[in-house]
Design a protein around this ligand. Structure first.
Ligand SMILES: *Cc1c(COP(=O)(O)O)cnc(C)c1O
Length: 364
């Protein structure tokens, strides 16, 4: 049942795709998340009928009833993944099966329809194939894919929706940060996720809840916000959309443990594996913000970095918060362990290094 054959996408080509000249110009400097490809994948769900009408069609605004459940009760989840142009001109993706699995877990937490992994993967693959000319080929460029699902039953009663739209859009992107190290604001007044809440689900609501803290970070001249645990406001959890790692002076790599309030990043998971195989001591353990400040002052904390699909691996140069500012290492992104892990990961993702884990999958 759960096979790609079951989901045969109907292709309705864009009647007026972007010209080659204009696309070339857009791909030269795409930025992040502002340029989009010609097409999108759309699949509909209705209780009793299941998933139906999978299509690849022209990217266009979607019509929603003003009573659609997503507009009122925020039943929405998404994924973020990338397609790369390999050295031989082919197209590859990094662990798409892990995104498909996480999407199902997010859907379950938000009481949404289950999207079979085969359907998720087929939608992504078909879209990448159709819009493959939109994959930029620069060093830190890729085609960012955004699968998402929204509840679209027109009903104001509070209950899980009986209808859903599963859509994939694609956006050619360059680097997420402009380079060097980022500065991080430690949020003491707002939390992102609480035990029993939706912190481990990739849902838009988590982001909505993080934006005021992110705005506060910007006001404090910081690039990103770091959230602490909701119960004690003491334990470091993660950033608004990235996981966090620390490198200690004995070479140990540490990251907060998952446990319901932290998004289980696929980049996080890959880095843990790569670090272990490089012979680093790896610890998933709680780390308090007080200890972090103390270790930065004593020199025990050597490096810190954020990681995720969009930003890959980004050095953290300083933390700023109610207890003042601390600089990590040189503060400028010249961090040898971070760089080694970043190079190892990017090398595998782009097919420049051997992939003993079977993480890289050919799309086309
Ligand atoms: C997506 C996301 C991450 C990173 O996950 P990756 O799979 O590595 O891209 C981290 N934190 C949050 C809150 C996220 O939404």
């Amino acid at each position: 049942m759960d096979s790609a054959d079951q989901f045969r996408f109907t292709h309705i080509p864009h009647p007026a795709p972007v010209s080659v000249a204009q696309r070339t110009e857009l791909l030269a400097n795409p930025g992040f998340g502002r340029v989009f490809t010609d097409h999108m994948a759309v699949v509909r769900y209705k209780e009793g009928q299941g998933w139906h009408n999978p299509t690849i069609e022209a990217r266009a605004p979607i019509a929603l009833d003003p009573a659609a459940a997503v507009l009122h009760y925020a039943q929405e989840i998404f994924e973020g993944m990338k397609a790369y142009r390999a050295a031989d001109g082919g197209v590859v993706m990094f662990r798409p099966d892990a995104n498909a699995r996480r999407f199902r877990q997010s859907a379950e937490r938000m009481a949404m329809a289950d999207v079979p992994e085969a359907l998720f993967l087929e939608a992504v693959r078909e879209l990448v194939k159709v819009d493959r000319d939109w994959i930029p080929s620069g060093e830190s460029a890729s085609l960012y894919l955004r699968p998402f699902m929204i509840a679209n039953e027109a009903f104001l009663g509070v209950k899980p929706s009986s209808e859903y739209l599963f859509i994939v859009i694609a956006s050619p992107v360059g680097a997420y940060f402009s380079g060097g190290a980022v500065s991080v604001w430690v949020s003491e007044d707002y939390t992102r996720a609480a035990p029993g809440g939706t912190g481990a689900a990739k849902c838009g609501g988590n982001y909505a809840a993080s934006l005021q803290a992110q705005r506060e970070a910007k006001d404090k001249k910081c690039d990103q916000v770091l959230f602490l645990d909701a119960a004690e406001h003491r334990w470091i959890e993660e950033m608004g959309g990235m996981n966090i790692f620390f490198v200690m002076d004995d070479g140990t790599l540490a990251t907060p443990p998952l446990g319901g309030t932290i998004l289980p990043g696929i980049t996080r998971d890959a880095l843990l594996t790569l670090a272990r195989d490089k012979g680093l001591t790896v610890r998933e353990e709680r780390y308090s913000i007080d200890q972090c400040y103390e270790d930065a002052a004593s020199g025990r904390l050597k490096e810190a970095f954020a990681c995720g699909t969009a930003a890959v691996v980004t050095s953290i140069g300083r933390f700023r918060g109610h207890r003042g500012e601390i600089v990590i290492g040189a503060g400028n992104g010249a961090d040898p362990v971070t760089e080694g892990l970043r190079d190892a990961l990017i090398g595998i993702q782009r097919g420049q290094r051997p992939d003993p884990y079977g993480w890289v999958q050919r799309v086309d």
